[in-house]
Design a protein around this ligand. Structure first.
Ligand SMILES: [Zn+2]
Length: 309
């Protein structure tokens, strides 16, 4: 009997593509974002989004995974035009962030359920009226723990994963709580670890915890420069080297995680090009060019390329 062929595809805003076609990928970033936690700093300008994408492309970037979830101003309808205009592959997200990023009235809509259906609809039919399908489910843990909102959201994400095959990307608060998230998602909720992407590992530079998370089989994202003088940026290359030496080089991802207008390169911040302009050569000093290129171009396809149901 012939073995069933499995075909893995990345679900971009312009359609499903071969993971090998991603090119240099910013595996965690935001084109559009709004939150009551970041008043007056919204990422909501289509012109700035286009200019930032053009700067990223000029630096050699070819694809961006936007982790902005439901209800946070994703501007899904603008993503197809932006992708066409800038020649950069874009992946959109469904899912929910921490409760603090929404109004109580917004969350009331989902208190009685309905999250799973929403996630599945956005993955398979499209986000709102845009027709743009999400390519991942974003969820969020808390600081060293998981509240009821996080558990409800992760349960819905797991159901949506089982129905569609979609990868689940997790915001870890300040990089903490990875093992609690894995216990829930991959234990009780039976999501295969290689379909889970843990974000912000760079914000909690505990190598033992990072190794334990990698041993589970999940992908680890080192995404974004530190916000202030946290002693994390200079530890990141050593963490990546240690994880690679332990055999986990194919599970690592890099991202920029630009969350405010002022952080965009077009506004004088590091923005998306920083990943290729500064992080790439700095990391290459620690682990060599070959691994850095694989992390940027091959690993995102492993993490976001799935067999869609
Ligand atoms: Zn983010």
């Amino acid at each position: 009997m012939k073995e069933k062929q499995t075909v893995r595809r990345v679900r971009t805003v312009l359609g499903d593509i071969d993971p090998a076609g991603l090119g240099a990928c910013d595996a965690h970033d935001h084109l559009f974002l709004r939150s009551p936690q970041l008043p007056g700093q919204e990422l909501d300008s289509a012109d700035a989004a286009a200019a930032e994408r053009a700067a990223f492309r000029a630096a050699g970037g070819r694809s961006v995974v936007q982790w902005t979830p439901h209800g946070m101003g994703r501007c899904a309808g603008r993503l197809t035009e932006l992708s066409r205009a800038t020649g950069v592959h874009l992946v959109a997200a469904t899912g929910l962030h921490q409760a603090a990023h929404y109004t109580p009235e917004f969350l009331d809509r989902f208190r009685a359920g309905g999250l799973t259906d929403l996630f599945i609809r956005e993955l398979t039919e499209g986000i709102g009226e845009s027709g743009v399908r999400a390519g991942l489910i974003k969820v969020a843990g808390g600081f060293h723990g998981l509240d009821g909102h996080a558990r409800r959201t992760m349960a819905a994400a797991a159901e949506a994963h089982h129905a569609t095959g979609a990868p689940i990307a997790v915001h870890l608060e300040l990089g903490t709580g990875a093992l609690d998230v894995l216990d829930l998602l991959c234990g009780a909720l039976a999501v295969p670890p290689h379909r889970v992407i843990l974000g912000h590992l760079n914000r909690a530079p505990d190598l033992t915890g990072q190794l334990q998370a990698a041993e589970s089989g999940a992908h680890l994202a080192f995404d974004g420069p530190s916000r202030s003088h946290h002693a994390t940026d200079w530890r990141m290359p050593d963490a990546v080297r240690s994880l690679a030496e332990a055999g986990f080089g194919d599970r690592l991802l890099l991202g920029g995680d630009t969350t405010t207008a002022a952080a965009q390169s077009v506004d004088g911040g590091p923005g998306m090009p920083y990943l290729l302009r500064r992080v790439r050569p700095r990391l290459a000093l620690a682990v060599g060019d070959e691994l850095v290129e694989r992390i940027l171009t091959v690993n995102p396809g492993r993490a976001f390329g799935v067999e869609w149901a």
